[in-house]
Design a protein around this ligand. Sequence first.
Ligand code: PXP
Length: 244
Amino acid sequence: MAELGVNIDHVATVRQARRTDEPDPVWAAVEAELGGASCITFHLREDRRHINDRDARLLKQTVATKLNMEMAIAREIVDIACDIVPDQCSLVPERREELTTEGGLDVARYRGELTTAVSRLRAKGIVVSAFIEPVEDQIRASAEVGCGAVELWTGGYAHAKTTAEITARLDDLRRGIELGRSLGLEVHGGHGLTYRNVGPVAALPGFSEFNIGHSIVARALFVGIRAAVREMKDLLERYRPQES
Ligand code: PXP
């Protein structure tokens, strides 16, 4: 079954609303692991709007499963990643004015910068994943710059309104998984997945990890983090593809 990576950024967003010390995203990571998360994901943004350097370092010391650091390829952030050494770095595009990461990284366009960042991270033994749209050029470019994984942007599927659009976006993902795996990449998925829409994506054969944040943290407000994570895990189990 695909691993469930729980993105805990929103917990830090609530803390930062008052610039205080609660709620602590490090506690959230522990609770998510107790609920069955197999990966903890955080995004250290250049503007530190939610997760900060203290969180990143404490998560490295406390996360017992897999630690996945989302990040831009800015030099300062790559330096921090090389110092902290998470298990995995997921390279994402970052714009200051965005509410959350919007769309995928244009790996084909920033090939040069990416090759440098990927090789620095890989030299530290970190698995590098690129968050990209499920598009052939981007998948091929990710393999070429040395990534070991791609995270396919599931936002196109999540935002689709009509049945025809939903089917088309699932087909994009299916083709993306096949191409990625044929190039020797691990294929992950994430963005916009919820308790209501995760089923058809979870049922696609070949995904080895999902990263889910907003929906789990939103549900956790009412049922707690452990229960919210367990419910999402149960859905991944229920919809798991036959052959995995
Ligand atoms: N994967 C990546 C690369 C992301 O940037 C995000 C959002 O931070 C997610 C997954 C999780 O998306 P959501 O919060 O919509 O579940």
